[in-house]
Write a protein that binds this ligand. Sequence first.
Ligand SMILES: [Zn+2]
Length: 527
Amino acid sequence: MPHLHTRAGRLLAGLFSLAIALALPRGAGAQSPTGDSPALTYHVELGDQADDRFHVRLVVEGLSSDSDVLQFAATAPGTYQVMDIGRFVEGLRATGADGSEIAVERVSTNQWRIASPADVREISYTVAETWDTPVPEHPVYPMAGTSIEADHVLFNAHAVLGFPTGMQDAPVRLAFDLPEGWTVGTALETDGTGMYAAEDFDFLVDSPILAGSALTVATTEVGGAPVEIYTYAKAGGIRSDMLLESMAAMLNASADFLDGLPVDRYVFLYHFEDPPKQGTPYGAWEHSYSSEYVLPEAPWSEGYGQAITDIAAHEFLHIVTPLNIHSEIIEHFDFEKPVPSRHLWLYEGVTEWGSHMVQLRAGIKPLDAYLTELVQKISADQTQFDPTYPLEKLALTSYGDEGQAQYGNIYMRGALVAGLLDIRLLELSGGEMDLQDVLLELMERYGKEEPFDDATFHQTLVDMTFPEIGDFLQRYVVAAEPLPIAEYYAKLGIDYDPAGPSFRVMEEPTPEQEALRAAWMAARPSA
Ligand SMILES: [Zn+2]
């Protein structure tokens, strides 16, 4: 592989790939429920695009006294960063039926209190785009922020829209006034009136929009489901058909890995440009039915395509977890004060492991390339992060500075632990059960509507597998014992030399080692 692959692959997949997507049941959305929860209807206009602001009107009525605060996002699912979108809001007003002004008071960074909510018919404000608006601290990740340019717009709902407290579950409609003739990429569906419809605010946040005058589009079918790719490239050097060609084998392998796709449509949104002026330059963010990528517009090459494919594999595989396997803690996201789940090792570590393993088992990624990536993760765990910092603690502290400093290790140590768990399961089952089988069984048992219990999930895994798995999780997820890399890969007939570090396939493995390696590399569950 060219140098670019190694560098870009590590940089992008390792450092900026993001965490938990909010797992949401897919809903058609716009129909008002039978309850008394009124719908929220947002009208968003770009105004004069040169002013870098979204002009927002929220049309609502029947706000109760419990819904007297308009809440903007302090953070968003899976980002683990302080965003404080209230910082970007200006000129917030509330008006009644006759257009009369209703008093509003800003009560915190992200909250505006409305004096008489029952009288409100419209709340209006402008909100500056995050890419081109300097802030003294906590810049918003580009893929989780907003950009308005003459030729395209990136829209993330949590970075534009506020919701009345207590109405996070209310159905939402969005009228987005985009320039005529623009192509729009999003997993959102429109209702009969041409508005985007979502069953609630969370679903809207889970569905970014990329629109532009010259987006390229490519579509395919994967496991029976339509998959769409929308690409904005500032200089036009990277197109959706190039990305599809690069990703096609990975997408099909993922569908095989999962025994079919658990979604009925999936959308990739790609944005290629020089980095924004501040903050983290690049990254990707997974969602339930789409993923959003902000990447450098580097010269196209097979190596760059492979690096992007590795990132896309990770984000795409998030449809397994947390979308279809998640605890009750992330089922309901708190935009003001998020509560962490302790199972980040599952959501991110297992997903990162799967994104490479799916390609190894499909024969797309050669064994030596897979082992080279393992070496990179081992080195990163040892040199870039604290290898004694437990993965469970990392999860529980991820919103604080201490945990945030270790956060990137969930893609390194977290993936290594997932790989070891896979080997341990194969060993204990005599090659009959691996981590892939356990994921499929978990998807069947839980699925998108049914969360597992955050506190007792390890015992659930033990009950599904072997008593020894409890000991494994205690040592390497709850605690941070040194990882038994050499011992475990030897079971597969692969020597590990920690001095390199490096891996080498044994020239004369025992029949047991040979058999276990064959089971480890076998594409499943087709067997
Ligand atoms: Zn991720």
